[in-house]
Every structure is written in structure tokens, then in C-alpha cells.
Design a protein around this ligand. Sequence first.
Ligand code: AMP
Length: 121
Amino acid sequence: MSTIFSKIIAKEIPADIVYEDELALAFRDIAPQAPVHILIIPKKEIPTANDVADGDEATLGRLFTVAAKIARDEGIAENGYRLIVNCNEHGGQEVFHLHMHLLGGRRLGPMLARKLASEDG
Ligand code: AMP
């Protein structure tokens, strides 16, 4: 099923696009969680990390080379940044078009938020 990201790829809705090639598109997150928060997505509709296949390896590798290029362009490569791919409910995935978050521009703290007392899993 297509998502809002397919509409961004098709330029049917606007986005602050920072990079585009034949395999990938990158644009600024609409609700940034850090000074730099960019989403890097394959143009191919891959819903989740569970759906990647052998034939997607070039596309998925491209997400990393694009991330490294954008990090340099944004001036955050040396200090560092974090790349995140969320999958399904426990991963907190909200848009079911696989995407890599590139976050940086400040210290990002620990990998995961401290577990809430109400959480059991
Ligand atoms: P995830 O929780 O990993 O599925 O992340 C989805 C991300 O997409 C969130 O960080 C949203 O803020 C972001 N997002 C949703 N709609 C848009 C949009 N139209 N343009 C840019 N980012 C968006």
C-alpha cells in the first residue's frame, strides 16, 4: 500500500528535498528531533525492514552512501550522528515505506529512552 512518502517521491506533495538520485530520495523530517533530521528513503516501495530482499541490496546500500554524503554536506560528519531504521509496532514505525533517519547536530544521548515503569516488554 502506498504511503505519503510515495507522494513525496512523485512530487505530489511538497517536501524539503536535500538529495535525489535514481534509487533514493532524502528530505527533511517534518517534525525534527535534532538540528539535523533527514529521512533517506528508497524510491522503491519497501514497506518495512522485514520486506527487504536480495535484489534490494544495491538500493539499501545507497541509503548509507547518501547518508554519509548528506552528513558531510550538513557539517555533522566529524562530530557524528545516528542512523535509525524503525520496524513495525515495537520499533515505533509510523510510515510504512522503509526509511533511514539521519539525526545529528547535537549530542543524541543514549540509544534508547529509559524504560518506563509501566512497560513490561
Ligand atoms: P517512523 O516513526 O520511523 O515511521 O518515522 C516517520 C517519520 O516521518 C517521522 O519522523 C515523521 O515526522 C516523518 N514524516 C511524516 N510525514 C512527513 C512528511 N510529509 N514530510 C516529512 N517527514 C514526514
